[in-house]
Design a protein. Structure first.
Length: 298
């Protein structure tokens, strides 16, 4: 029983003599020294690493951006926005030339944008509907456009430029609107396939519907029919290109006022800038007696 402890003690003593034993007691390490005592015993205290302290950064108050006036215009990408004074100048210039702008108040609303689009169409400019400094400069040097014909009060629809003129007696253009007419694409409705064409010629307003009419091809707001089922009417979408099924789309803000300007019997001239055609040159499909069945409205 006593031989094993004695053997262990001899081994520990031998290790201490060689300076190879480290005994850890309560977190303190003791390095052994040789019996000669020349090398002192060195103690090492193990301390836990310091706990990192997190110091939050002070809150930063966001730097306010530039203040934008509500009346400032949204210009095309890369172009500086125009202020309300410049918008009002554009509205004044457009209105003086006959473009239907709505109130001249310096607010770039839907009416003003449609007037800019109509100006761009008449002047052969890019059809963006955006009011920029370049457009304003072009307006400063422009003049009121001339109608196709004179005579009594009438309406002209220009298929090439996609605009509508209200022409007063004597030949002065009083109102100009952007329009979208027949796309020229084939479509089928009620079993009948045909091209979406707005016919050229000299016509008269034959009948009118106050308010909204629901047709097989969509909604017509304040339509004034001038040939079969083709009418001048308000529409929410009036792009810069021909897109209808044959009708003449006008912006919604002008639909009701224009309806009041076009009584039954008023002449409507539709042209494309080429030779004029007469109403008799426009043929209706045989057997289509009802006006709505002649050419479906857009």
């Amino acid at each position: 029983m006593t031989a094993a402890p004695a053997r262990w003690r001899r081994r520990v003593l031998h290790a201490l003599q060689l300076g190879l034993v480290c005994v850890a007691i309560g977190g303190v390490a003791i390095a052994g020294a040789s019996r000669s005592g020349r090398t002192p015993i060195t103690t090492h205290t193990f301390e836990p690493p310091p706990t990192p302290v997190y110091t939050p950064e002070p809150l930063r108050t966001p730097t306010p951006g530039p203040t934008v006036s509500p009346s400032a215009t949204a210009a095309s990408p890369g172009a500086p926005a125009l202020g309300s004074a410049e918008v009002q100048e554009a509205e004044r210039l457009l209105s003086a030339m006959g473009y239907w702008t709505g109130p001249v108040d310096g607010v770039l609303d839907a009416a003003t944008k449609h007037a800019v689009m109509a100006f761009q169409k008449v002047e052969g400019r890019a059809r963006t509907g955006s009011l920029t400094a370049a457009e304003l400069e072009a307006m400063r040097g422009a003049s009121r456009p001339s109608p196709r014909v004179g005579g009594h009060r009438h309406v002209e629809v220009d298929l090439r430029r996609q605009v509508l003129f209200v022409v007063e007696t004597g030949g002065s253009v009083s109102k100009i609107l952007p329009v979208s007419t027949g796309s020229g694409k084939a479509f089928t409705s009620q079993g009948w396939t045909r091209k979406a064409v707005t016919p050229r010629g000299r016509f008269k307003v034959t009948r009118k519907i106050a308010g909204l009419r629901i047709s097989p091809l969509g909604q017509l707001h304040w339509p004034s029919y001038f040939v079969g089922g083709i009418a001048v009417h308000g529409a929410p979408s009036v792009p810069g290109y021909p897109a209808s099924h044959g009708c003449v789309r006008v912006p919604m803000f002008a639909a009701q006022p224009l309806f009041g300007m076009m009584p039954v019997g008023m002449v409507v001239i539709v042209h494309d800038g080429g030779p004029m055609v007469q109403e008799t040159d426009v043929a209706s499909p045989p057997g289509m007696a009802h006006p709505d069945a002649t050419v479906a409205p857009s």
